[in-house]
Design a protein around this ligand. Structure first.
Ligand code: PMP
Length: 387
């Protein structure tokens, strides 16, 4: 009570998370992650007043013509950036990517006896398998666990179960920093892909995919909205009698405004999409920048193999999440102090894997990544230990 009152008076949360030196530009958090500065500036204004509406973004009705136009424009940008054909539906849903773990098998007509193929490439594919397993019979189509989740599979290594309703894959394992570079070939049957941590970070060939989902809080905006892309032919599989909120058809019919959606999160996503399309110049350019960023980070780790051990095998390295540990774990505390003092934030590894992780989502700039690379190369912890 007293702490809450103190926090209210000081305008600070009860626990100081970051030093005053931290800047948004050096936010390497695994998510929610950095947003482009131009978007933050526009958002700041919109909290007071969206100029063309004359109201705060926090108080605009989701039933207004303005918000309908926001949703429609966001959809157009996604369609254009990915080159979606007309048979794809674009939905903005709630419940995070985690709700999709069960919504997908429910909508694809699965029962506890329906086999589905699961590529187990790391923490998030395992979590998804666990939750989907309540609805359907999850079969392991490929298992990265024996290899310590350091490798991504190639398509010829994935073994399909007879009669499987669909195959589930995670294009980028956020915790381990492992990315599946190639999308599935066309003849793999129904393929579902969790793209939460590399959505709109590169051009992707969607020919072999039937359903894609990704929450916004890594490359697209704040938490609260999850993008689901699904092909029209899947609708015939949706059983009758699903709770309306969990039925994709409800949201298709309502154009993603069935109940009150997260207006501010969707508006922010629109601002990020405009930035990506018009300021950055699209996915080809974005992926070049992302490749340059991750190359700088991995080169720094490789240059100091006396200090660092990257997690992912070189051929499977994610451009989005660079996971590594220190060769000498005893230096962890000093290393952490070092990057905090340097003004970086968000470099702690996921609680399940430990170590460290630099997430280089779209809005993390090349300059910030180069600062990080310079810091890693300098081996500041060693200098600190010797001081
Ligand atoms: N999938 C992946 C690849 C993720 O990285 C995460 C969370 N970081 C999730 C799913 C779960 O997302 P949410 O918290 O939106 O449910």
């Amino acid at each position: 009570m007293e702490a809450d009152e103190k926090a209210r008076r000081s305008g600070q949360p009860g626990v100081a998370l970051f030093s005053a030196r931290h800047r948004n530009a050096h936010n390497f958090s695994g998510g929610p992650g950095a947003l482009p500065q131009v978007v933050l500036d526009q958002l700041q204004e919109s909290v007071q007043c969206v100029p063309e509406v004359g109201l705060s973004i926090l108080g605009i009705s989701h039933r207004s013509a303005w918000f309908r136009a926001v949703v429609d424009e966001a959809e157009r940008h996604i369609r254009d950036l990915l080159g979606l054909t007309a048979d794809w539906h674009v939905l903005f849903l709630q419940g995070g990517s985690s709700l999709q773990f069960s919504m997908i098998p429910m909508n694809l007509g699965c029962t506890p006896r329906t086999p589905v193929d699961w590529v187990r490439s790391g923490y998030w594919s395992n979590k998804a398998a666990q939750e989907a397993g309540v609805i359907c019979d999850v079969k392991t189509a490929w298992d990265g666990q024996p290899g310590g989740f350091r490798h991504a599979p190639t398509w010829d290594q994935i073994k399909r179960a007879p009669g499987a309703a669909f195959l589930h894959m995670v294009s980028n394992e956020t915790v381990e920093g492992v990315q599946i570079a190639d999308m599935p070939p066309r003849d793999e049957g129904i393929v579902v892909c969790d793209m939460s941590s590399d959505f709109l970070a590169r051009p992707v060939n969607l020919d072999g995919l039937d359903l894609v989902y990704a929450h916004a809080q890594k490359n697209l905006g704040p938490a609260g909205v999850t993008i689901v892309l699904l092909r029209d032919h899947l609708l015939s599989r949706i059983p009758r009698g699903l709770p309306p909120m969990l039925d994709y058809r409800t949201h298709i019919e309502a154009g993603s405004i069935y109940n009150t959606p997260p207006v501010m999160a969707i508006y922010t996503m629109l601002l990020v999409l405009r930035w990506l399309r018009f300021d950055v110049g699209g996915l080809e350019r974005m992926s070049q920048i992302n490749a340059e960023k991750s190359a700088a980070a991995y080169a720094a780790l490789d240059a100091r193999h006396d200090l660092y051990v990257p997690h992912a095998a070189p051929a499977s390295r994610s451009p989005m999440n660079v996971a590594f540990r220190l060769r000498d774990a005893a230096l962890g505390h000093a290393f952490r102090r070092g990057w905090l003092d340097a003004g970086f934030t968000g470099l702690d590894g996921h609680r399940s894997l430990g170590g460290f992780r630099a997430s280089l989502y779209n809005a993390v700039g090349l300059n910030a990544t180069q600062d990080l690379a310079t810091f890693l190369r300098a081996g500041l912890i060693v200098q600190r230990m010797m001081a």
